[in-house]
Design a protein around this ligand. Structure first.
Ligand SMILES: NC(=O)c1ccc[n+]([C@@H]2O[C@H](COP(=O)([O-])OP(=O)(O)OC[C@H]3O[C@@H](n4cnc5c(N)ncnc54)[C@H](OP(=O)(O)O)[C@@H]3O)[C@@H](O)[C@H]2O)c1
Length: 248
């Protein structure tokens, strides 16, 4: 399917009214901007991340804006067990009552590294945070997402998972794997499912991953994550109904 997100998309203010959306890596960068953007468009957001202080700051910003009250779910994706993911799904069902969106923003990336120099710890954490956690979260939350009349899962990807570049290391490998996982899942769900699953490359943003990859770059030369949030909202709202299995 050849689909593109409308470049000039302006999300209606009530686009996500009544929807419950879980965002990983919600304390910083794109995850933070996405959480604030989703809440501003009516969603109840569940802020998942590993640094509680950062999550609390996002919580406070959303609460002060008058948007629906968010929830915080601290979780260290590098060390989470299968039971932790099952517990999370149970808590979301019990406390929030369901789920209509899941955005995988959390990402492990330290630096561009030659394949032969990847540290074992870096390899394992990259696989856990970027791939295994995204799989386990999606799998455990799938029953709730399937029960929603109009749910959307977004794997935040990167062109480094779609092209081959030297030194991309475990980051590039896991981003490529995410793209394939997204396609397989979408194929299994089929076109009649009310749940859609896509991946999204936000392009360069002035946030963690970029700053670690290009430390000498002039920060102002790269747009802030807020710039891409309308396109992410398109993927989460009703305007993208029927779009699934796409790398956008
Ligand atoms: N920035 C870019 O130019 C760019 C370009 C293309 C794609 N992307 C993608 O965009 C997404 C967001 O990246 P970003 O630039 O906004 O990065 P970021 O600011 O570093 O945000 C990454 C988030 O992931 C969280 N995280 C990392 N390890 C974790 C763990 N073990 N458990 C739980 N949370 C963890 C971080 O939490 P803490 O803040 O607590 O560390 C942070 O909130 C990523 O998927 C990235 O691959 C970014």
């Amino acid at each position: 399917m050849s689909v593109s997100i409308p470049a000039d998309y302006v999300p209606p203010v009530d686009l996500l009214a009544g929807r419950r959306i879980l965002i990983t890596g919600a304390g910083d960068g794109l995850g933070r901007a996405a959480a604030i953007g989703c809440a501003a468009h009516g969603a109840t957001v569940i802020l998942l991340g590993r640094t509680v202080k950062k999550l609390e700051a996002v919580y406070d910003a959303i609460e002060a804006s008058g948007a629906p009250q968010p929830a915080i779910y601290p979780m260290h994706l590098a060390g989470a067990s299968w039971k932790d993911y099952a517990d999370l799904a149970g808590t979301v069902e019990r406390e929030i009552g369901g789920l209509d969106g899941l955005v995988h923003c959390a990402s492990h990336f330290k630096a561009f590294t030659p394949m032969s120099d990847i540290e074992p710890k870096d390899w394992v954490e990259g696989l856990q945070v970027n791939l295994s956690a995204a799989y386990a979260l999606t799998r455990n939350l799938l029953p709730l997402l399937k029960a929603s009349p109009d749910a959307s899962v977004v794997f935040v990807s990167d062109r480094h998972g779609r092209e081959v570049h030297a030194f991309d290391g475990i980051y590039g490998i896991t981003k490529a794997a995410i793209e394939q996982m997204m396609r397989i899942w979408a194929a299994e769900l089929g076109t009649r499912s009310s749940l859609r699953i896509n991946s999204f490359d936000p392009g360069p943003m002035r946030s963690g991953v970029r700053l670690r990859g290009y430390p000498g770059e002039r920060a102002e030369s790269v747009p802030p994550p807020e710039r891409v949030v309308p396109r992410l909202l398109w993927l989460l709202g009703a305007d993208s109904r029927g779009v699934s299995g796409c790398a956008l």
